[in-house]
Design a protein around this ligand. Structure first.
Ligand code: PEP
Ligand code: CO
Length: 449
């Protein structure tokens, strides 16, 4: 076993930390970090260890991972409708996947802490005025005023509180109120009549309904709630003062756990081998995700894998590739080959969102459903050809009826984007597009096995 006895949650401070807020008041920051350090954690080490085991099973093809949620949560949308609709769509998608793939699904939400965003530039200029970029609600506010854009350490405490409220409500919903979501009769499926694949989708839904009824007949009553179905949280481990303050030791287990989330990931912009984010994540015992973009070479990736998973532990490291539909064909295979050749134990997950972002002529950041689906389809094929396994998907989605991504059954176009574009950052699949994508994953996997 690698020796981490010298590691502390503050070790990152001796490395170059990119994408960190520039807090004007160091003393205020110090007080907040001290306060955070004594607040209760949001998850437990037992859950974290259980998730790691499930991710190891996904890597060997015995489970499939569905990871999804907002690009960025906002404090204003920490409300019952947003949280329950997001949970609903994830649960319904998981029912589609479980039925179609004949595998248990590991459900991981991008929520209860997804409040920090990396930005490509430190400042934003509008009409000749330059201000610090919006870095997510845990750092500053999106409004374009000088006051709103100053990083405020109090927001770290608000981030913790909003994460706690979210996870509390999610746990309550999972425990009690969501049993009827097994039944497609309760899903909103009006969109299917607009889909070219309508007949196929309907057959899938009928088959799910019949299976649920069969299970209920066997069980002698309605299926129980999702209480036995685990639900995990994840967010980008970006603002290291926050992550470190929630990193704790627990009784009777060695090492350190980030108890603000089950499954933190390192974003593409902070994945430098000698950087602070890798130095921090290296020392925690959680399963870790690492985003991998199209310009990463095998020579760059392998040392980062070793840094994050020196003992080659199963379930520890998930590589989330996000290449884009135009680049995945050339960029992915060399990485799969190198990781396989070196015998690295990793779980591969595809994020078909972040390589497919584009701007429309009317100024919206969007993604085309066909590109998202196209990258995923190719990813399944490239893995199959390489003899590796695509063990899950990572999506940006919401349960709301937004119009942020184009395409899907209702063939949303540029002009539709104006109608209900709500995201402050990246465009998300809406309820209908999310459910449709789950059905297309089943369709693809069914044909490629
Ligand atoms: C994200 O997941 O929202 C994100 C910023 O991704 P990436 O680091 O892959 O660009
Ligand atoms: Co995003």
């Amino acid at each position: 076993m690698s020796d981490f006895s010298e590691w502390t949650p503050e070790l990152w401070q001796s490395r170059v930390a990119t994408q960190q807020p520039n807090y004007p008041d160091a003393e205020a920051l110090r007080r907040v970090v001290a306060a955070l350090g004594s607040l209760p954690p949001l998850v437990t080490s037992f859950e974290i260890v259980a998730l790691k085991r499930q991710l190891a099973e996904a890597a060997t093809g015995d489970r499939f991972v569905l990871q999804g949620g907002d690009c960025a949560e906002s404090f204003a949308e920490c409300d019952s409708g947003t949280i329950s609709n997001r949970l609903k769509v994830l649960l319904q998608m998981s029912v589609v996947l479980i039925h179609g793939l004949k595998l248990p699904v590991v459900r991981v939400g991008r929520f209860a802490g997804q409040y920090a965003k990396p930005r490509s530039t430190d400042t934003e200029t509008r009409d000749g005025v330059t201000l610090p970029s919006y870095r997510g609600d845990i750092v500053n506010a999106a409004e374009f005023t000088a006051a709103a854009r100053v990083p405020d350490p109090q927001r770290l405490l608000r981030g913790h509180a909003h994460s706690a409220m979210t996870i509390n409500f999610v746990r309550a919903l999972i425990d009690g109120g969501f049993a009827d979501l097994h039944h497609p009769e309760y899903w909103e499926l009006g969109w299917m009549q607009h889909a070219p694949l309508q007949q196929e989708y309907r057959r899938m839904v009928t088959a799910i309904s019949e299976s649920v009824r069969f299970m209920e007949t066997l069980a002698g009553g309605a299926l129980g709630s999702f209480s036995r179905a685990d639900f995990y949280t994840s967010h980008e481990a970006l603002v290291l003062h926050y992550e470190a303050a929630l990193t704790r030791q627990v009784p009777r287990k060695p090492g350190w756990f980030n108890l603000s989330t089950h499954f933190p990931w390192i974003g593409m912009r902070t994945a430098q081998l000698d950087g602070a984010h890798v130095a921090y994540c290296r020392g925690i015992s959680n399963p870790i995700g690492l985003k991998v973009g199209p310009s990463v070479t095998a020579e760059q990736l392998l040392p980062v894998i070793d840094a994050l998973n020196p003992d080659n532990e199963a379930g520890r490291l998930t590589l989330i590739h996000r290449m884009g539909v135009a680049k995945v064909g050339a960029a992915l295979a060399p990485l799969l080959d190198a990781v396989k050749r070196e015998g690295k134990s990793v779980l591969w997950v595809c994020d078909p969102m972040h390589g497919n972002t584009e701007a429309t002529s009317n100024g919206y950041k969007t993604r085309r459903f066909e590109n998202i689906q196209g990258e995923l389809d190719q990813a399944f094929d490239i893995h199959a050809a390489a003899g590796t396994r695509l063990g899950g998907v990572h999506l940006e989605l919401t349960g709301e009826n937004v119009t942020e991504c184009m395409g899907g059954a209702r063939a949303l176009t540029e002009t539709d984007l104006e109608r209900a574009y709500k995201s402050n950052v990246d465009p998300r699949l809406n309820y209908e597009q999310s459910l449709e994508l789950a059905m297309l994953i089943v369709r693809k996997r069914g044909s490629s096995r």
